[in-house]
Write a protein that binds this ligand. Structure first.
Ligand SMILES: Nc1ncnc2c1ncn2[C@@H]1O[C@H](COP(=O)(O)OP(=O)(O)O)[C@@H](O)[C@H]1O
Ligand SMILES: [Mg+2]
Length: 278
């Protein structure tokens, strides 16, 4: 097991009182697996990512990566955030090489790596561009190339495509799956979008709200690439949505349920609109 969380709880103190964000989370991610965690906003998804990344420490319980307790950040775990967080003063290639430079890799080797990963995310022609010259989707691809260049054991992705339009997001889903198949990296991907999770994952975990606990897991064996509107996938999406429904009701009004599924596009409208299905 590459990642193992044992009864991990996390409390934050707020004006003297403690807020329990995560409660006794047990979680296992195998090497090479693509696991998605879905849950409504505010349920502790980012906190969970930060715990695995070593950016936060659990209040109780243990986070193990490769059998070793996580005590801080490490190059074996790299996070891709919703906002690409690129260095605006560095061009695309220098952004991808940044971590490698910090780790002392010689310039020639760095160049080889950045060339390899820029090719993987289809940005070879944009190596000399600066972040402000890129679209949102391109920025996320640079962030993914930068993460992969570090050769992590696990890629932690915190709603990386949430700010992108539906079409760009679908393109990046395809690219990410290609990258995953090429590199066989382990991916832990959190999202509030059920459709996104079912298109990508081997296993979709759902997390409850306040305090966050893992509610259930759904293994998806459908071959990839998957179509969001595939009837088999829609059955799975509805099941996941139902399991989340009571959690969502705790935090948002019913009419807000739609935010858990991407707004129905003309192509997918034949699916009946999952938000309406509830
Ligand atoms: N550093 C912090 N200090 C206090 N509260 C926090 C901190 N980080 C997150 N929280 C609280 O924990 C809860 C879960 O946050 P988060 O993990 O960001 O949820 P999600 O990513 O699912 O939207 C929220 O109520 C948030 O306000
Ligand atoms: Mg978050």
């Amino acid at each position: 097991m590459l990642v193992k969380l044992e009864k991990v709880s996390k409390k934050f103190s707020h004006n003297g009182s403690g807020i329990e964000v995560l409660k006794e989370i047990d979680l296992e991610i195998s090497e090479g697996e693509f696991v998605c965690l879905v849950g409504p906003t505010g349920c502790g998804k980012s906190t969970l990512i930060n715990l695995i990344a070593g950016l936060e420490m659990p209040t109780s319980g243990r986070v193990l990566v490769g059998g070793v307790s996580v005590t801080g950040p490490g190059t074996d775990r790299v996070v891709v955030f919703q906002e690409a967080a690129l260095f605006p003063w560095l061009n695309v290639r220098a952004n991808v090489e940044f971590g490698l430079k910090m780790s002392g890799m010689p310039a020639e080797d760095r160049r080889k790596k950045s060339t390899e990963y820029l090719k993987m995310v289809h940005l070879t022609r944009f190596a000399d561009f600066y972040p402000h010259q890129l679209s949102g989707g391109m920025k996320q691809r640079v962030a993914i190339a930068r993460a992969l260049a570090m050769n992590p054991k696990i890629l932690l992705m915190d709603e990386p495509f949430a700010a992108l339009d539906a079409q760009t997001r679908r393109l990046l889903h395809e690219e990410l799956l290609e990258i995953w198949q090429q590199t066989r990296k382990t991916i832990f991907f959190v999202t509030h979008n059920v459709r996104e999770a079912t298109v990508l994952a081997d296993k979709v975990l759902t997390i409850s709200a306040r305090p966050g606990r893992i509610k259930g897991g759904t293994t998806i064996r459908l071959p990839r690439p998957r179509r969001e509107s595939d009837p088999h996938l829609i059955v799975i999406q509805q099941r996941i949505l139902l399991s989340l429904q009571e959690e969502i009701a705790k935090v948002v009004k019913d009419e807000d349920l739609d935010y858990l599924v991407e707004k129905t596009s003309p192509v997918a409208s034949g699916s009946g609109g999952l938000g309406n299905a509830l």
